[in-house]
Design a protein around this ligand. Structure first.
Ligand SMILES: [Zn+2]
Length: 343
């Protein structure tokens, strides 16, 4: 089949069955390890009920060292701030906005697909490829859409409903280590956690509670925020199913052919520069640079106008992409060229 050729092996391998058993096994292992863990800092302790003989460690301030009573106050303040930041729910776009740049860059570079494999009620299970340094082949991202129930009951056209479900608030979970150790606590206090709760403060990995999502979640959110055609269709099927079967007991599942098709389309979409995971500010900056650079090419129509070139050069300087010296040189060159063409 001609279409099969274009899917690289790393993606082809994740289209094989067994994903749900793999996810259940990972969840069971995660829970067992968590229950056996002896160095968890619990909420009561953060609130002040901490016995210093426990000798828990933290990286607050940059160095790994024993936790002090002062630290607890700082951790409690961090938790309160994070709780406030997420009041009112979180959308796919918000997740991207609140993420760390390093996670967005990893998602852009390494994670090519986020494929919907199963929907049950308001919850869709996505499978993504793993990064190149991972010891597993895929990760599972669970997303629960807050607007799903209302969409099931709404008389609006189902395509429109699917788009509004994807644009609305959601909850999520990932089975990778980054989510587990850095972000699950934040998801729990922010109330956008679609997996098990994590009341233990990430005192070593993420004491300042920075960021919000791993690269697998970010690629999934990038696709959701763009209302990826395959994902939108999957939501439509889930809405139709839920209208038929009020118990939400039956699942919508993707066939292997569905997955191949979705993978192919997403590989195409995420390889283009528009498939990068970027915040609104990053997108605006890239657009400004693109426009300015294009306008300054000698053959560009806009370059005939000295004023336009000057404006774009100032834009680049304003964004810090060229120095003041470069700007001055550029403006000099432009006026020289203008004089030459006028003479
Ligand atoms: Zn992850």
């Amino acid at each position: 089949m001609a279409t099969a050729k274009r899917i690289p092996d790393t993606i082809s391998r994740i289209l094989t069955p067994g994903g749900q058993k793999e996810l259940r096994d990972r969840q069971a292992r995660d829970l067992a390890e968590r229950q056996a863990a002896s160095t968890i800092l619990n909420p009561g302790e953060v609130a002040g009920d901490y016995d210093a003989r426990r000798m828990l460690m933290t990286t607050l301030g940059g160095q790994l060292r024993p936790l002090t009573v002062d630290d607890l106050r700082q951790l409690a303040a961090n938790a309160r701030r994070a709780g406030k930041r997420f009041k009112g729910g979180i959308t796919a776009k918000d997740v991207i906005e609140l993420s760390l740049r390093e996670d967005r860059e990893r998602a852009s570079r390494e994670i090519k697909v986020a494929l919907p494999v199963r929907a049950k009620g308001d919850t869709i299970l996505f499978v993504t490829n793993a990064g190149p340094d991972s010891d597993v082949q895929r990760h599972h991202v669970t997303v629960a859409f807050d607007g799903f129930g209302a969409a099931v009951a709404s008389p609006s056209p189902v395509a429109k409903l699917a788009r509004s479900v994807l644009a609305g608030p959601l909850k999520f979970d990932c089975d990778c280590g980054r989510h587990r150790y850095w972000f699950r606590y934040i998801a729990t206090i922010g109330r956008f956690n679609a997996g098990r709760d994590e009341p233990g403060f990430p005192k070593i990995r993420n004491p300042n509670l920075r960021g919000v999502a791993c690269k697998h979640v970010l690629r999934t959110m990038e696709r959701i925020s763009k209302a990826d055609a395959g994902i939108a269709l999957f939501v439509q099927r889930a809405i139709a199913q839920a209208r038929e079967d009020l118990s939400r007991g039956r699942a919508v599942t993707a066939s292997k052919a569905d997955l191949r098709e979705a993978a192919q389309r997403q590989i195409g979409a995420t390889q283009r520069s528009t498939g990068r995971v970027l915040t609104a500010a990053e997108k605006a900056k890239r657009a400004a640079v693109r426009k300015a650079t294009a306008a300054m090419k000698p053959d560009a129509k806009a370059a005939r106008s000295v004023a336009a070139v000057e404006r774009h050069a100032r834009t680049l300087a304003g964004l810090g992409l060229i120095t003041q010296g470069q700007l001055t040189a550029m403006l000099k060159a432009v006026s020289k060229a203008a004089r030459a063409s006028n003479s």
